[in-house]
Design a protein around this ligand. Sequence first.
Ligand SMILES: *Cc1c(COP(=O)(O)O)cnc(C)c1O
Length: 454
Amino acid sequence: MSEQTKFVLDESRIPKCWYNLMADLPTPPPPVLHPGTLEPVGPDDLAPLFPMSLIAQEVTTEREVEIPDPVREVYKLWRPSPLYRARRLERELDTPARIYYKYEGVSPAGSHKPNTAVAQAFYNKEAGVRRIATETGAGQWGSSLSFAGSVFGLEVEVFMVRVSYNQKPYRRALMETYGARCVPSPSEYTNSGRAILAQRADHPGSLGIAISEAVEIAAQHEDTKYALGSVLNHVLLHQTVAGLESIEQMAMAGDDPDILIGCTGGGSNFAGLVFPYLGLQLRGGRSRRVIAVEPAACPSLTRGQYAYDFGDTGHLTPLTKMHTLGSTFTPPGFHAGGLRYHGMAPLVSHAKELGLLEARAYHQRACFEAGVIFARAEGIVPAPEANHAVRAAIDEALHAKASGTSPVILFNLCGHGHFDMQAYIDFHSGKLTDQDYDEGELALALSGLPSVKA
Ligand SMILES: *Cc1c(COP(=O)(O)O)cnc(C)c1O
C-alpha cells in the first residue's frame, strides 16, 4: 500500500477559472444596501472604491470566472499548493480517521491571502489605478497586498491597527520591504482617524476603524482605490483555487472528504476550501459535514445576530446582511489577529442560514495546544488563526476514535506562524490566557445595529 503523504499537481493544473457559489445556491443572498438610502447598491455606488471588473465579480452569478493569464503566471510562484495526508498526526492521535490538509502557507506572504491580493492588484492595474489603500490587523493582508502591489507596480498604503503596529514590527517590516507605506491606525491622515483620536488619544485601533480610514482615502482620491482581504464575494471567489485544487488532489489520494474544516475571520480561506465542494453537493453530489471554526472571543457565527450591518466602525461602507457582533464591537486582545472582525462574509452567513454548514468556537489555549501537537507531528508551525482549524480537525479525529468511525477529514492550513512566534512564546511560558468578550459590550454593539425594514 502506498504511504504517500504529499500530493502535488503540475503547474498546468492551476485552475483556469475560479468557482462562484452564487451560481448554485437555491436562493440568492439578500441585497447589499446603500448606507444613506437603504436601497440596493448599484455598480456606480461602488465605483469610487473598486475597479468595475471587481464590482462585476461581486455580483456575477456565472459559475466559472476566468482567471486572467497574468494572475495565473504569478500564482505559479507557489501554486498549486501542496495537499498532505497527516500520517504522523494520525499515528500520534491513534485515530482511525484519515486527516488531510491543504497548505496555503507556501505563498510569499505565508498565507492564503495572496490568492486574492494578486488578482485584486492585477484588476486595479488594468483599470489604471495608481495606488491602493487598505487596512490590516495582524499584518497578513497588508503584507499580501504589498507583495501583489510590488508585482504589478502599484503603490500600496496600509492602515495597520495600532496595537498590531506596535506589537508586530516584523509584519510591518515585510510590508515596507515590498515597498508599501504602513501607517498606524487611528491616524491623523483621515477624518475618521482624527475623530477617534479626539475621543481617545491612545486608542489601540480596530479593524473597523482602519477600514474607515482606507475607504476614506480611496473615496477622496481619483487615482486611489480600496481593497479588502476578506468578506466580499469577489475575495471568496478568488480563494476557491484552494478548494478546486484540493478536489483533484483528494482524487489523487484516492479519498473523498467526509468533513471539511476551515477557520473563519471574515470567511475567505474557509470559503476557498469548502465552496467548490458545496457546489458539487448543490449540483446533486453527496453531502459532507462542513465546519467553520471561530475564536470564542470574537464569535460572529455562533453568537452574532444575522442582520444588516456596516462593515466598518465609521459607517462609510454599504450595509450587508451577515452574522455580526455589531460594528462597534471591539474583541478582547487575543493572538489570532486575523480572526478579530465583527462580521462574517455575507455568502458564508447565507450558506449557514441555508443549513449548508455548522459553526463552532474555541478558546485560544485549546487552539495553541492543538497547534503544538500538529507542529511536533507534521513539522509545520501553524498560524494562530489556522490553529482553530487544527483544533477542530483533531477533535473530530478523537471523536472518530471514541465512536469507532473512520471519517476522512480535510482542513485548510491557511498559513504558517513564523511571524507569530511571540504568541507561541506566551503559550509555552503559560502566559496565554483565555479571554471572554464582555457581554455588556456585545449587547451594546448589537443594540446599535442599523434598523432596516425586512
Ligand atoms: C487573515 C487570515 C485569516 C482570516 O481571514 P479569513 O478571510 O477568514 O480567511 C485566517 N488565517 C490567516 C493565516 C490569515 O492571514
